[in-house]
Design a protein around this ligand. Sequence first.
Ligand code: BJW
Length: 273
Amino acid sequence: MTEATPQHIAIPAGILERLRSAKSVAVLTGAGVSAESGIPTFRDKDGLWANFDPQKYASVEGWAANPQLMWGWYGVRRDAMRQARPNPAHIALCRLEDYYPDFTLVTQNIDNLHRLAGSTDVLELHGNIFHFRCSEEHTLIEDAPGLDAPVDAEAVARGEGQEVPRCPTCGALVRPDVVWFGESVEAAIYTRASAATKRCDVFFIIGTSSIVQPAALLPYLAQRHHALLVEINPEPTPLSALADLALRGPAGAILPPLVDLITATPTPSPTLP
Ligand code: BJW
């Protein structure tokens, strides 16, 4: 038996019951959740990596070789992310936070859109593009000369770098507070993400290709601890075979009716006289 919404999301009754009665839920989101806010993903055919080499633009080696290039590229993306607004998927996740007594949102996104939508206590595995730190001392930096300097998007598109601000304390380069390839995810954040993953009854994997470590380990950890795995993605991923339920489609179309289904009070069966 399945229950369907007007949007025709069919969920087997046993799974729907587990979704409704869960007490502890963890969610892992990726770039796909923000795609409907106009932010490009990385590995889709029109994604960022189609035009920008991740080694040059998002790795420790890239920063060492050409920090100006990376600073400019992040500046352009920051401007775009500043204009972006949460979409129905971000909003639906806030409704799930209200519904479940224990709810943890883990994101690989750096765009701040979950917070802007109203999610509280978001675990940002890969940092936040609106935060900065000293590249030597790793301290957070709130203000530095040139931090707000406008970025020349056309120059960046031509592959030209932009001047990188300096730490007001030590003079080292300022960098975005994000996690690049070859860097470790902040231990305290990953510890909280894995603790939530181990105790959850349901683990949602939404809008991620599930290939970047260590984020991609979390669904396996959830499964080892007997959580129900639900994937939402228009495309299959390496995680799909593991999922108990794979809903194919854009998160902004799937999540709102799914949350309606989960949070609706089931209609009581008619009693026979
Ligand atoms: C929709 C949709 C819609 C579209 N609705 N869905 C073990 C094995 C192999 C490799 C490694 C390993 N351990 C570590 C590594 C190396 C590396 C790694 O994982 N490499 C893999 C690529 C193989 N990992 C690291 O280096 C990590 N650090 C680490 O492990 O530390 C230990 C260490 C220390 C020192 C030396 C070595 C190891 C750090 C990873 C940092 C990743 N950083 C980036 C950039 C962050 C800042 C920025 O945004 O610029 O993070 S890379 C990029 O990928 C970004 C993303 O957060 C991340 C994940 O991408 P995501 O979100 O999944 O996006 P896509 O594009 O891949 O997928 C989008 C999905 O959405 C698709 O499936 C679509 O179908 C779907 N979609 N529209 C729903 N509307």
